[in-house]
Structure formats: structure tokens, C-alpha cells
Design a binder for this molecule. Sequence first.
Ligand code: 4FV
Length: 255
Amino acid sequence: MKFEVLTIFPEVIECYLKHGVVGRALNKGIAEVKVYNLRDFTTDRHRKVDDYPYGGGAGMVMQIEPFYNALRHIKSDGIPRKVILLSPQGRRFSQRIAKEFYKEEKTLTLICGRYEGIDERIKAFVDEEISIGDYVLSGGELAALVIIDSVVRLIPGALGDELSAEEDSFMKGFLDYPHYTRPEEFEGMRVPDILLSGDHKKIALWRKKEALRNTLKNRPDLLKNLSAEDMKILKELCSEINKKILEGVHEPVNN
Ligand code: 4FV
């Protein structure tokens, strides 16, 4: 899987690519990230990439030419790619879209804005606009890294054992179950006995139940098209919670 990043801060991207899962995947050669410094595609001796906004107003706007020159250079190899502009106006990114990008196996060319944004005419050269969330960042670099990280995790061999990508939150459509490791007891808080039982069938059932409990509590909106087995577990969970509520030992689920 190949990624290309257009940015005026290449070091911000390169720094992150040296570490963790993404760093290992790049070393293994199962993913590749090419970072382009936009200033290398300017034509003036000050390597200017921004200018005052037409119509006035605060801040600066990024000029179209450096992006146009960079994309023309990059696209000259004729490889099929998807050009993505990171911006708050884009389609809201999610695990489903990460899977979509992975399955498409197209090179992802990620355009990172800075300042107030990029001249609107950039959209004539963009296939898709993506937002990582309803907040305003100082640049698109963090959003580009979010996409690279979440897509690289889906590449077979990127994560230690195969299973874990499938195990990730949202991969199954709901939140993750609680994780514990040594020590067995900390500040009076004990690891649930079931996890020390060695009974993997019971442990799997407990994990599914706790994942549904977390989802019911924090993201009930995700509890749709559940399997019959999951629905059965969720029903048991709800009756348990209601029973506790009626006994006054459980605060109502605030949904
Ligand atoms: C953003 C987001 C984001 C807007 C102006 C960069 C900033 C500045 N990108 N999801 N939210 N971008 O806030 O993707 O140029």
C-alpha cells in the first residue's frame, strides 16, 4: 500500500513514520510513504505558498500553483491514485472508510493544507475530501497521519498476529472489551477472575458481553444489525442492568 503526502512540514510526517506499527510496516516494505515538500514546487525565489485572501479577511490562503505543480509531477508516472484533500468540509473519516481505502489498493495522495485553507480551485484536482472530525486543526498533517495509520493497520503483517486487526474496535462494528495485564491486583483493583480462569470459551463470551456493555453505555448508536448471538447477549445484559437498577444498585443507563 503506497501513500504520498503533500505538505509544507515534511518533518512532521517523517517523524511519525519512524515509530510503532507504521514504522515497522514501512521497514518490512509492506507499506510505503513518499513525502513531498510543497515549497519544492514553488517558482519564486522566496518559495512562497500562501497569499492574502481575495475579498479580504483574516489569515492567509494557500496558493493553487505549488499544489498543481506537485500533482502534475507526481501523476506523471501514470500510476492510478486517489487524491484526497484533508479538510473539515470533507466526508467524515471512519473505520469503514479506512477499510474502503485499503480494499481499493490505490495509492493515496494526501493533500495537507495550512493557514485558513487552500484556494478553492484545488478541488478541480481532488478525487475526495475527507475530515477526521468536527474541529479545526492548524494543518492537514495530523489528519493525513490518521488515515495512514488506520489504513496501514489493515495490511496483513502490519500488526503482530493476524487476528488483532480484526479484533480492533469498530472492526466488528462496536467498541472494544476491557484489557488487563499484570499485576493481578493494583490499588485494590483486581483483574476479573474470569480472565485468570484459562477457560477461553468463557473468556470470549465475557469479552463480547463487556464490549456490548461499553457500546451500550458510550455508543448505543453503533448497536445496529447485531447478530442473533450478539442480540441474545445484549438482551441478557439489559435485563441484568434493569434488575440492578430496580434493586437500586446500578445508575440508569443515560442514553
Ligand atoms: C481538518 C479536519 C482540519 C483546516 C484549515 C487545516 C485544517 C487548515 N482536516 N479534518 N478537521 N484542517 O481541521 O481534516 O488548513
